[in-house]
Design a binder for this molecule. Structure first.
Ligand SMILES: O=C(O)CCC(=O)C(=O)O
Length: 312
């Protein structure tokens, strides 16, 4: 079984992130890139058929075509971003043995892949894909505001105190490792991630201690780290490690996928976007082993949402 080395596990525990260089051969990710490229082509053809775009832009490559499409038809962006796209190659990455071995070493043998996996076409100079400092399982809005002020926004910036949606559904201390996987080389120019190593440590251990002021000041001395990456690398992040996604100032799309896992015995964090049991000793028969199985789960939940009228 693969998984993290002892040194990588120590770094994950102490710093909250590990840059896994060359986790995949670039060729292992090519089928996923081709799947996304084919989806871009479908979107282009449907937009062209409706007269929403001026050209199919089929002379453009993976790095630019979707941006040209969105320039003509902004709504096309939503057709590919987030967890809208679900194909066999993406399922193959969500359930990839290399990721599951690492996750098992962190959370144990019951592994649920959350439905909140995201395909992110971060378009050049397109603000909706930029994210200020945040942590994935936010436990305290005030701490986030503080982190933003320290590392991103001035204290007086009106955005710093903006509405903040907490994503707490299950226990905030539940381990929830996140893999961020670029599909093109990323650097500071095209909006690679920056992390705040060690920032995950200063979280209160018990719910009744959710007083952010008592913990936030401990972030003061931490230095953000820029993480340039190649295709084949993955950035493993602890759910509490603050990170930021600055603007893409290049000419090409910064394509990436991010995936979160949790303990399969705990309440699932995302019901509207269903995930699947990816590995299990206790419920081996319930493990979803192919794309069709996961697609059935997604279809059933989507149908229930539509028919029941229940908002969740
Ligand atoms: O891909 C990005 O630009 C942002 C990703 C992110 O913030 C996350 O995975 O939590």
């Amino acid at each position: 079984m693969g998984g993290l080395t002892a040194e990588q596990k120590r770094q994950y525990d102490e710093l909250g992130y590990v840059h896994l260089e060359g986790l995949f051969e670039p060729a292992e990710l090519q089928p996923l890139i081709d799947e996304v490229d084919a989806a871009v082509d479908r979107v282009a053809r449907s937009c062209r058929a409706d007269g929403r775009i001026r050209s199919l832009y089929d002379g453009e490559g993976f790095a630019t075509r979707f941006a040209r499409i969105v320039e003509d038809a902004e709504e096309a962006y939503d057709e590919l971003v987030g967890s809208t796209l679900m194909g066999p190659e993406l399922f193959g990455i969500l359930s990839h043995v290399k990721l599951l071995d690492i996750v098992e070493g962190i959370i144990g043998p019951e592994v649920h892949c959350e439905g909140r996996h995201r395909l992110r076409p971060k378009l050049p100079n397109y603000g909706v894909a930029d994210f200020r400092w945040h942590e994935d399982t936010a436990y305290a809005a005030r701490r986030i505001t503080y982190v933003r002020q320290q590392y991103g926004l001035g204290a007086a910036d009106p955005n710093a105190g903006g509405r903040f949606m907490s994503r707490i559904v299950a226990a905030p201390q539940m381990p929830e490792p996140n893999f961020w996987i670029p599909l093109v080389p990323v650097d500071e120019r095209n909006g690679c991630l920056h992390v705040l190593p060690g920032g995950h440590m200063h979280t209160p251990p018990y719910e009744e201690q959710w007083e952010p002021g008592a913990f936030a000041a401990e972030l003061d001395d931490l230095e953000p780290l820029v993480v340039p990456m190649d295709v084949g690398d993955a950035l493993l992040m602890h759910q509490h490690v603050p990170h930021v996604s600055p603007p893409n100032r290049s000419d090409g799309i910064r394509w990436s996928v991010d995936i979160r896992y949790q303990d399969g015995r705990r309440p699932v964090k995302s019901v509207r976007e269903p995930g699947f049991l990816a590995r299990s000793k206790e419920r081996a028969g319930d493990v979803v082993t192919d794309h069709a199985g996961y697609q059935r789960i997604r279809d059933v939940v989507a149908e229930f949402r539509a028919k029941s009228g229940i908002r969740f």
